[in-house]
Design a protein around this ligand. Structure first.
Ligand code: ATP
Ligand code: MG
Length: 599
């Protein structure tokens, strides 16, 4: 046992660790050897910038729809993202493990998800005719693991994570790594005694996610989201706002920071006084062939805000009618939540005719068969003297007073918020922007532990279900999102923290002995310091070398040219316009400073 003040060899051990880790990374590469087949042309298959650059810079190659090989440069960056994730997960006390990709169908039958998960699940059959899933997610597998080993409150809480390929037979794999069928995910699962414990695990993960994305150079904002089919209560998605390729719309308030997926977003709403209109009834008018909201509004010279839009949906197995103001859209997720079904689907025209007695475009909530539930958005109830379909061909009602004419309806918030709606927290106008979901944290509660009988004994010896959370990061999607946010016309601009290499040394003329020797020396010295460096040793024109360096996005470029005679080299950061001449003696310090600050 060491005594206080006695020297230990701890520092030495520590240094040794660091060296071996650096060696694992491989600090150096000669451009002539690097397997990075760059392309000059934009590949026709790639619609969006990140996909184009992933292919052009030689980071990935496609083997089938939504399935990719990571080439050395792409894989280095992917591994750096994984390392950041590992560091931040480990810091929280989460433990890394590796669950199997191939999962027996029986586990999924226990939760009912073998069928509920739907066509996205990739299935395989073994030689005995037994079915397996290629893991799209791992709640069942990890719950099965802990139910046999965790039995006391003393073993809780526990959080475990893995980084692994996931398989989802996406209906539309697209956008390169943004929506693949095989993709890399970090998934973590927390097990707590109770909901207070879950709140704490959730908060810890949420904060770790903020650090992870910031370290990767991404501004990913946590937004409130719908808990959907997976079940559970609170959930946040981490969204990178991206006008060109965002697949989900986010409503956000720049005044107070409120942010929510539009599926979930609400706006401030103060109902007006309830209008009592005793007398009268709406009048039927002819609206020949006027089906759409704008056609009817133009024809009757009424603003669209005074029209009432009625849509027939199938919810579960029954038809329902959803009613919103003419200028609003139905939020199908809110509608499904209100009806307590997994999802709703627009009915086809034959169902619409059966339900309303009229073709599409002329339906409305007045005089519908009683058994059809009608859900009316709360803002429709504020209208006076409005217009809606009359449930008969080429006819609408005018003079509609919702409080008088819609007696049997359910009133709820079922509309999509739009830009400019008042924020539910502070009333400032909301903005709506498309975003890329790079991660999601989820309070599952006891959904899986109850279905799979995963319990523990509490302090009084009573059996309780484990309280769970799950936390995902799309690792390969994060890589693509970084490129979406960090590029210019010439190529990728990697943040130093995840760049495949930190520096590229470019001798202008490889045949010039002094340039070559200096470049080799710089290359050698930087390797010794653990700086990851590429030496462009090709006998190519400088223009070609510069183009490649820009395309693959190496953050620091050192050009060894004629001024080496005066003891100077050119130093340029990928994101800056101008290069500067730097004394050879100072250049490595300058590089080290940048690399170490980024780590
Ligand atoms: P999406 O709504 O985009 O289909 P999801 O909500 O189904 O994603 P999760 O189950 O929450 O996805 O998975 C965790 C993370 O994995 C997501 O936040 C996302 O970053 C990533 N991810 C999901 N599907 C894909 C995919 N097909 N390709 C690449 N990454 C994906
Ligand atoms: Mg998600």
């Amino acid at each position: 046992m060491l005594q206080r003040g006695q020297a230990s060899n701890y520092r030495f051990e520590c240094n040794k660790d660091k060296l071996s880790r650096d060696r694992f990374w491989g600090d150096n590469m000669r451009m002539s050897q690097l397997y990075a087949p760059t392309l000059r042309e934009v590949p026709a298959e790639a619609e969006i910038v990140s996909h184009q650059l992933l292919l052009r810079a030689g980071l990935v190659r496609r083997i089938s729809a939504g399935i990719y090989t990571y080439l050395p440069l792409g894989y280095r960056t992917l591994r750096k993202i994984m390392d950041i994730i590992r560091e931040e997960m480990d810091k929280t006390g989460a433990q890394e493990l590796m669950l199997p990709v191939i999962q027996p169908a029986e586990l999924w039958h226990e939760t009912g998800r073998w069928f509920d998960y739907g066509d996205e699940m990739m299935k395989v059959v073994d030689r005995h005719g037994r079915y397996f899933a290629l893991g799209p997610t791992h709640e069942e597998v990890i719950t099965d693991l802990v139910r046999s080993e965790i039995n006391s409150y003393r073993q809780l809480p526990v959080v475990m994570y893995q980084i692994q390929n996931k398989y989802r037979d996406e209906i539309r794999p697209r956008f390169g790594l943004l929506r693949g069928r095989e993709f890399v995910m970090k998934d973590a699962y927390s097990f707590d005694r109770d909901y207070d414990g879950l709140d704490c695990s959730y908060r810890t993960m949420y904060e770790a996610y903020q650090r992870i994305f910031a370290r990767c150079g991404l501004d990913a904002r946590p937004v409130e989201a719908d808990s959907g089919a997976i079940g559970g209560t609170d959930t946040h998605e981490f969204m990178v706002i991206c006008d060109d390729v965002g697949e989900a719309d986010i409503a956000h308030c720049d005044n107070c920071g409120y942010a929510a997926n539009v599926e979930k977003a609400i706006s401030a709403f103060t109902p007006g006084p309830k209008v009592v209109v005793e007398e009268g009834s709406p009048r039927v008018v002819d609206t020949p062939e006027k089906r759409t909201i704008t056609e009817v509004a133009d024809f009757l010279s009424v603003p669209v805000t005074h029209l009432i839009k009625a849509l027939v949906y199938i919810a579960g197995d029954r038809p329902v009618m959803a009613v919103v103001r003419g200028d609003h859209e139905v939020n199908e997720v809110k509608l499904a939540r209100h009806l307590e079904v997994l999802e709703v689907e627009l009915a086809d025209s034959s169902v619409v005719e059966q339900v309303t007695g009229a073709p599409v475009g002329f339906g409305g909530p007045i005089n519908l068969p009683e058994e059809i539930p009608v859900i009316v958005d709360r803002e429709v109830m504020e209208l006076r003297d409005a217009v809606c379909g009359a449930n008969s061909l080429d006819q609408h009602y005018v003079g509609v007073e919702p409080w008088r004419d819609f007696p049997q309806v359910e009133v709820a918030d079922i509309r999509m918020v739009t830009a400019g709606d008042p924020c539910p927290k502070c009333n400032a106008p909301l903005s709506v922007a498309p975003g890329i979901e790079v991660g999601q944290v989820f309070k599952l509660g006891t959904k899986y532990s109850q279905a799979m009988n995963a319990t523990y004994l509490d302090e009084s010896g009573k059996e309780q279900p484990l309280v769970m959370g799950c936390y995902g990061i799309g690792v390969s999607r994060t890589l693509a999102a970084v490129i979406e946010k960090h590029h210019d016309d010439d190529g990728i601009i990697w943040p130093v923290s995840i760049a495949p290499y930190h520096v590229i040394v470019v001798p202008v003329n490889w045949k010039d002995a002094e340039q070559k020797t200096t470049a080799e020396e710089l290359y050698q010295r930087m390797q010794e310091l653990g700086i990851e460096v590429i030496l462009d040793d090709r006998d190519e024109r400088p223009g070609v070398k510069f183009k490649d360096a820009d395309l693959i996005g190496i953050p620091i470029r050192i050009v060894v040219g004629r001024s080496v005679k005066d003891g100077k080299v050119e130093f340029k950061l990928r994101w800056e316009e101008k290069a500067e001449l730097v004394e050879l003696s100072a250049v490595i310090d300058k590089v080290s400073e940048i690399v170490h600050t980024a780590r």
